[in-house]
Write a protein that binds this ligand. Structure first.
Ligand code: NAP
Ligand code: GDD
Length: 327
């Protein structure tokens, strides 16, 4: 039975990946931080077979302990401060966790498997946010990186460090350059979930508006459940590599509003949407759209859930959660 260690187990992707690996028969371990993490119960409810290890990406000794105690064949580094807007307010902390945390884990893996480089396969959660002020459309593995946020800069550091460990030490290290992916488990701070939660509340008469920032931003949005499969496929290849994972379609926040409100029968959402400069960013990433040809050709991966299906799934889940008082 292969063994995997996942950092960021409490997050959206960590939960989907744990479910996928458990279904494949893996022994799954997760790194969890904090003395009383409020999401510990969620992990225990959704993926009770995952064994948790206390640790933090900024604490190298905790990573070494987690590796020693789990002795994994595969390590998935999903842990990060992942909210782009927050990264301007906490740039140094974001750099420590999202950037230097990658180096801490790579080094801990290298030391753990010093007898046989490549024994432990490593996945780094890189991001389309690294393309920032895009230099080419659509974006692919070779597109010049031009990050526009402390989060994006930190991800570029982690991305290049992953490549460097592959090239320097012969590690089986892969970097998934994932475009935005969402689900009913998405954090409430991200625009898709903020909209679908608000639409549910508005449709049930519990709220009358949602306040947003830039409605013209465009993203390549896919379903998180599809994207974790690409992570796993990368680690099944004979060698590590870098892969863009995307749908190849781009939609604006306005398109998201059209679909989400339309699904509950509200065709004109303008009375329900306010805009506030507070939700705008010091430097915006205007438009992202990925070219996932390499993932399709080498990994045999393609997305299954379309953008309208994704939005519908999220609105339906938020309607149910709101009716049941879970949210
Ligand atoms: P998420 O829901 O925000 O989860 C982030 C995870 O990181 C949480 O489990 C969090 O744990 C953990 N974490 C935060 N600080 C940590 C620290 N100091 N040490 C260890 N763990 C820490 O993010 P996600 O959407 O699942 O994304 C997973 C990864 O993919 C992230 O690295 C993200 O940057 C990257 N990514 C995401 C997308 C996307 O669209 N979702 C796209 C590209 C790349 P707590 O519960 O303790 O806070
Ligand atoms: N969060 C948020 N809240 N975003 C808003 C709002 C709002 O009220 N109004 C407009 N937006 C716009 C943002 O300005 C941005 O252009 C877009 O909606 C998407 O914002 P987020 O959902 O916060 O995601 P993100 O693209 O910044 O970052 C996500 O995707 C990255 C991959 O490209 C995160 O998951 C990152 O961790 C990930 O790397």
């Amino acid at each position: 039975m292969p063994t995997a260690l996942i950092t960021g187990i409490t997050g959206q992707d960590g939960l989907y990946l744990a479910e996928l690996l458990l279904a494949k028969g893996y022994d799954v371990h997760g790194l969890i931080r904090g003395q009383n993490n409020p999401r510990r119960d969620l992990v225990a409810d959704l993926v009770p077979d995952v064994r948790l290890h206390n640790g933090d990406l900024t604490d190298m000794s905790s990573l070494i302990r987690a590796l020693r105690d789990s002795d994994p064949d595969e390590v998935y580094n999903l842990g990060a401060i992942s909210y782009v807007a927050y990264s301007w307010e906490n740039a140094a902390l974001t750099t420590d966790v999202t950037g230097k945390g990658v180096l801490n884990l790579l080094e801990a893996v290298r030391l753990h498997a010093a007898d046989e480089p490549g024994r432990v396969r490593f996945y780094q959660a890189s991001s389309s946010e690294m393309f920032g002020k895009v230099q080419e459309t659509p974006q692919r593995e070779t597109t010049l990186l031009w990050p526009r946020s402390p989060y994006g800069v930190s991800k570029v550091f982690g991305h290049h460090m992953t490549i460097n460990y592959r090239e320097s030490y012969g590690m089986h290290a892969s970097s998934g350059i994932l475009f935005n992916h969402e689900s009913p488990r998405r954090g409430h701070e991200f625009v898709t979930r903020k909209v679908t939660r608000a639409v549910a509340r508005i449709s049930l008469g519990l709220a009358d508006h949602v306040t947003l920032g830039n409605l013209d931003a465009r993203r390549d949005w896919g379903f998180a459940g599809d994207y974790v499969e690409a992570m796993w496929l990368m680690l099944q290849q004979p060698e590590g590599g870098d892969f863009v994972v995307a749908t190849g379609e781009t939609h604006s926040v306005r398109d998201l509003l059209d679909l989400a409100f339309g699904h509950v029968g509200i065709d004109d959402w303008t009375p329900h949407v306010r805009q506030d400069p507070r939700y705008r960013r010091p430097a915006e990433v205007d438009e992202l759209v990925g070219d996932a040809s390499k993932a399709r050709e080498v990994l045999g991966w393609k997305p299954k859930v379309t953008f309208p299906e994704l939005v519908t799934m999220m609105v339906d889940a938020d309607l149910e959660a709101t009716r049941q008082g879970w949210t």
